[in-house]
Design a protein around this ligand. Structure first.
Ligand code: NAI
Length: 393
């Protein structure tokens, strides 16, 4: 019987036939979603011999929602995801300058999905700019709700910015703004609660997955109270809640300055298992790390609130307008996001079937257009790739 996933006493309760909402997405979303869905269903069938099955429920967002309902993010979509706890989505376009806010950001804010989780690993056979890409195996926990991303800023030359500047000068004694007449001003909130809940999630993930090193990445040398606060509260949290694991050596918490981190991921990526970062640093580091192991076509992601159970798993690339509707796109990003979802649901066997199928496909140079040129092989279409993949299940 189809049932909803529930969250009780900090635990996800997953029935054998969970209803999971999905957003197909714009652009290549259509190409990758239908292909991916058939692979996910095949893996679940294989893992559990028909005992378990996902009951997919389409919810609308983006262009498809706009065409049918006149709005890009209908209330019903949010309500359904809220109610079913999990969802998976393809990419959604954000029209530049048309004034409607990013749908991805809206979904994250509405559900307070504070952890952006990105596992970055190398698949043998995938083209990479590194000599030893297999040394990169890092899970990123990026804070998703604070920082300069909170969107609190005022444009240069407006009455509002003049008011903020006057307050800073007259009441706070600030004299360090180099060109006050022509400055825009932004605010960077970083809180103890926000930092601690993110670092807690990163540590829990490390311990659950038998990983030892959790590294706090920050710019606390320059931004002492915001980035420095993130570092301080991260260490405090580790001492308060994980003293036993720190003493036993099952857990090591350390920190690194963000610019050095960007060097070290190229020079010695094996030093890192799980990293926790503030929002903006996390944004840069996610794309840099994804590029090291083969780029956005295969990097998965999830936005999770570990306190309420809510989670949205997503392809991390955009709508790829240049190849949309051509059955060319690589479905691996959304497929690996589905693997993260299956892991989160504790359906690990099904996730492993997909991951091991992808390993075999890449190793045998069965790849889509994004990898084919570098490997000197003929590309498979999206649907051919998925057919090849399922044969390895
Ligand atoms: P993009 O990721 O759509 O495309 C960048 C390049 O990567 C293109 O050459 C594209 O063909 C290629 N590419 C992307 N996904 C691929 C795949 N699965 N297989 C093979 N090649 C792939 O980034 P762009 O062009 O900056 O953004 C296009 C639209 O997507 C914008 O409206 C943007 O706002 C939106 N976007 C949405 C995201 C999301 O929903 N999570 C994330 C990033 C962008």
């Amino acid at each position: 019987m189809a049932e909803k996933i529930r969250f009780e006493n900090g635990k996800l309760l997953v029935p054998d036939q969970p209803v999971i909402p999905y957003i197909e997405g714009d652009g290549v979303g259509k190409d990758i979603w239908s292909a991916a869905q058939s692979a996910i269903d095949a893996a679940v069938e294989k893992a559990y011999n028909g005992q378990r099955q996902i009951v997919w429920k389409e919810v609308l967002a983006g262009e498809k929602a706009y065409e049918t309902t006149g709005t890009s993010l209908p209330d019903e979509t949010l309500a359904t995801i809220k109610d079913h706890l999990l969802a998976i989505k393809g990419p959604l376009g954000t029209p530049v300058g048309k004034g409607h806010r990013s749908l991805n950001v809206a979904l994250r804010q509405e559900l307070d999905l504070f952890a952006c989780v990105r596992p970055v690993r190398y698949f043998k056979g995938v083209p990479s700019p590194l000599k030893e890409p297999e040394k990169t195996n890092i899970t990123i926990f990026r804070e998703n709700t604070e920082d300069i991303y909170a969107g609190i800023e005022w444009d240069a030359g407006t009455a509002e910015v003049a008011q903020v500047l006057a307050f800073l000068k007259d009441q706070m004694g600030v004299s360090k703004i180099r060109f006050p007449e022509t400055s825009s001003i932004g605010i960077k909130p970083i809180s103890e609660e926000g930092s601690k809940r993110l670092v807690r999630s990163a540590i829990d993930y490390a311990l659950e997955n038998g990983l030892k090193n959790v590294t706090l990445v920050h710019k606390g040398n320059i931004q002492k109270f915001t980035e420095g606060g993130f570092r301080k509260w991260g260490y405090e949290l580790a001492q308060e809640e994980y003293a036993e694991q720190l003493v036993s050596g099952d857990l090591v918490v350390n920190d690194i300055i963000a610019d050095n981190f960007l060097q070290q991921i190229l020079l010695a990526p094996e030093k890192f298992d799980v990293v926790a970062l503030t929002n903006l640093n996390g944004d840069y580091a996610s794309d840099a790390l994804a590029a090291q192991v083969g780029g956005i076509g295969i990097s998965p992601g999830a936005n999770i609130n570990y306190q309420t159970g809510h989670a949205i798993f997503e392809a991390t690339h955009g709508t790829a307008p240049d190849i949309a509707g051509q059955n060319k796109a690589n479905p691996s990003s959304v497929l690996l996001s589905a693997c993260m979802m299956l892991d989160y649901m504790n359906w690990k066997e099904a996730a492993e079937i997909i991951v091991s199928g992808l390993e075999k496909a890449f190793e045998n140079k069965q790849v889509t257009v994004d990898f084919a040129k570098d490997l000197g092989v003929e590309p498979l279409s999206t649907s051919q790739f998925v057919t090849a993949l399922i044969q390895y299940f």
